[in-house]
Design a protein around this ligand. Structure first.
Ligand code: ASP
Ligand code: MG
Length: 410
């Protein structure tokens, strides 16, 4: 028995006509000899509407009740869709998270999946040809309904595919795959046939528009082959998969960017053990996620600490820094929000020198000043002035020939 997981997002299930297209994808898989586990999102806009409602009813909606309310969006789509299938003579039934069950921890609004009863799912899929499962939801051990965070249906689908023995998971959405960069910024962006889990995770802010990042972590952990594809076309999409040697031949596979950045500098803090711990400890306690960090070499026992944070957290960050300014003996706090990150990503750069130099050179040729640099094994990131984002993305995309076949070391 071949089992396929198919997940359809909000725009794919928004209304009867669209659901009929979804039905077509499910029937095609059945005709291919598969049993199908369909995971659905709420209809487009519905989760937001429910959120708005809760805000009208309550100033601080109870988080457990809010989850039970939000979960109704997916409940509607799976029941309506199952009716369509049954009318077409297909043996199908719907399943809510707690009916499987999908057990999560109790952090309402962003619960993590702890376990899924895969054996029960396997039994049910022997009895039915299609199971239609509500995405985004689960329940705690004591039976309270939880949700997995916005975009969480992707994670439901991948987790279910893992529980069924890491079967193929097709994520249907309104884009036809993962691109070498944002096609809105760069007209020569190309759809990738394959991308590794690691690259997809490094694309973070860009990739997250396509897949909830947590679903990629799950896929990587359980080695679930994930295919991102469009409900509205028949193209094969992009396979997100584990690395193989042929993928290492490609130095850079994508260019990502992130404008949601702010840069902060603590000027001339005293240079002694414990200063970085105090500074970043205070930020961590305030749940501020710090990204790039640079500590200058010191002069007269003083040094500068520069780091980046999400732009929305700037005010909070400055508040925290004001508080510890005396403790670290900082002379001044500077900040700048007109900055952006651009990154070149590729598993192939792990074993090749010169990729960073090539990227820096490309930015230099366009006279783009690099404010900060950070690197990982498979990513080079430069912080630049925000106004140069488009230019930097296009230049790097060209430099690594991403408009053509993947760039390979000559
Ligand atoms: N309906 C939920 C949301 O809008 C989950 C999902 O669509 O993946 O975030
Ligand atoms: Mg989504």
């Amino acid at each position: 028995m071949r089992i396929l997981v198919q997940k359809f997002g909000g725009t794919s299930v928004a209304g009867l006509e669209r659901m009929k297209q979804v039905q077509g994808k499910v029937v095609a898989a059945l005709n291919n000899g598969c049993k199908v586990l369909v995971v659905l999102s709420a209809m487009a806009g519905e989760t937001n509407q429910l959120l708005t409602l809760s805000e009208q009813w309550s100033e601080t909606p109870d988080s457990a009740e809010l989850d039970a309310l939000l979960a109704t969006g997916e409940q509607r789509s799976i029941c309506l869709f199952t009716m369509l299938l049954r009318d077409a003579g297909i043996k199908a039934r719907s399943l809510l998270g707690h009916q499987i069950p999908i057990i999560t921890d109790s952090s309402h609004g962003q619960a993590r999946i702890l376990s899924i009863d895969g054996e029960r799912l396997k039994k049910l899929i022997e009895e039915y040809d299609v199971l239609v499962v509500a995405g985004f939801q689960g329940c705690t051990k004591d039976g309270r309904i939880t949700t997995l965070g916005r975009g969480g249906s992707d994670t439901s689908a991948v987790a279910i595919a893992a529980a069924l023995g890491s079967v193929q998971c097709d994520i249907y959405t309104d884009v036809d795959g993962v691109y070498t960069t944002d096609p809105n910024l760069c007209s020569t962006a190309r759809k990738l046939d394959r991308v590794t889990y690691e690259e997809m995770l490094e694309m973070a802010s860009m990739g997250a528009k396509v897949l909830q990042i947590r679903s990629v972590e799950f896929a990587k952990k359980y080695n679930v082959p994930v295919r991102v594809r469009s409900t509205f076309t028949d193209t094969p999409g992009t396979l997100v998969t584990k690395e193989d040697p042929s993928m290492e031949a490609v130095l850079v596979s994508s260019i990502a960017y992130d404008k949601d950045q702010a840069r902060v500098t603590m000027k001339r803090v005293v240079d002694r053990p414990g200063i970085a711990a105090t500074l970043f400890g205070a930020l961590a306690d305030a749940e501020i996620v710090v990204d790039m960090i640079i500590q200058n070499t010191s002069e007269d026992n003083r040094t500068d600490m520069t780091f980046t944070i999400p732009r929305k957290d700037l005010k909070k960050t400055l508040g925290v820094l004001e508080h510890i300014k005396h403790e670290v003996e900082a002379e001044e706090i500077l900040s700048d929000i007109k900055v952006a990150k651009v990154s070149a990503i590729g598993v192939g750069m792990r074993n090749h020198a010169g990729v960073a130099a090539k990227a820096f050179n490309a930015l230099h040729n366009e006279n783009i000043n690099i404010l900060m640099i950070s690197t990982s094994e498979i990513k080079i990131t430069c912080l630049i002035e925000e106004k140069y984002t488009e230019l930097a993305v296009r230049t790097l995309h060209d430099t690594f020939h991403l408009d053509k076949e993947h760039y390979k070391e000559a």
